[in-house]
Design a binder for this molecule. Structure first.
Ligand SMILES: Nc1ncnc2c1ncn2[C@@H]1O[C@H](COP(=O)(O)OP(=O)(O)OP(=O)(O)O)[C@@H](O)[C@H]1O
Length: 222
């Protein structure tokens, strides 16, 4: 699986929020996007999954151009900004509703994913009673439950406590092992350095630096 951006620019209300980006992301890697607030990380992720289309240039998934050959990537899990869950439903019921769209996974896989993010599948409390960290964990669960080829996580460490961050790091490594292409954004360089195989630094809608990480844990050594 390859996502390729060629000369991609996105202009919103006369403002270049993404400015001539050329980049290739490949399966089996954790790609970190680093940048301050407003640098364009969320926009890049929205573009990568077809939620918005470029004003100029092309984005392709395995050679198929988004907005032309395909509307969305076939298999993608997304956590971008606040996950949209139903307040009155439990975590399990929310995930079950989302899973019913594709109808690819059963109850046990949903329960297993809820456990993976450190929540209790038998917790009957409605989503509105969840803490911020629990909401974030459920959002991560929704993104990975169907074992998608592409996993996009925008600031996944937001609201997570230390144990949540550790859990997320394990999940990211397991997802890479499975062969997924994972893109995560963060303003926290330490976390990105720990898990990423590559880090792209964004500034004012541009990719200004590309760091390839090395180490026993990194995909580049495999
Ligand atoms: N709906 C919109 N209309 C106009 N400009 C927008 C809109 N949404 C975002 N922008 C602008 O796009 C730029 C990139 O925003 P983006 O949300 O991608 O940044 P980010 O790196 O994800 O920041 P953060 O860390 O704050 O989430 C910013 O300058 C922002 O003001």
């Amino acid at each position: 699986m390859v996502i390729e951006f060629i000369n991609v620019t996105k202009t919103i209300k006369g403002h270049k929020v993404i400015d001539n980006v050329n980049v290739k992301f490949e399966s089996g890697k954790i790609i970190g996007l680093k940048g301050i607030n407003g640098s364009g990380k969320t926009m890049l992720m929205r573009l990568a999954c077809g939620l918005i289309l470029p004003s100029e240039g092309t984005i392709s998934i395995d050679g198929k151009i988004l907005g032309k050959d395909i509307t969305f990537p076939e298999s993608v899990g997304i956590l971008i900004e606040n996950p949209a869950f139903l307040d009155g439903y439990s975590g399990f019921k929310n995930l079950k509703m989302l899973a019913s769209i594709k109808n690819e996974i059963g109850d046990e896989q949903i329960r297993e994913t809820i456990r993976r993010v450190g929540l209790d599948p038998d917790d009957r409390r409605p989503y509105r009673k969840y803490s911020l960290g629990m909401k974030q964990r459920l959002g991560i669960a929704a993104a990975i439950m169907e074992k998608p080829d592409i996993v996009l996580l925008d600031e996944p460490t937001n609201s997570l406590d230390i144990s949540g961050v550790e859990l997320l790091k394990d999940i990211l490594r397991q997802e890479r092992q499975r062969g997924a292409l994972i893109i995560i954004s963060s303003h926290d360089l330490d976390i990105l350095q720990e898990v990423s195989d590559e880090i792209h630094v964004m500034e004012r809608g541009r990719l200004v630096d590309h760091i390839v990480m090395e180490g026993p844990d990194k995909g580049v050594d495999k």
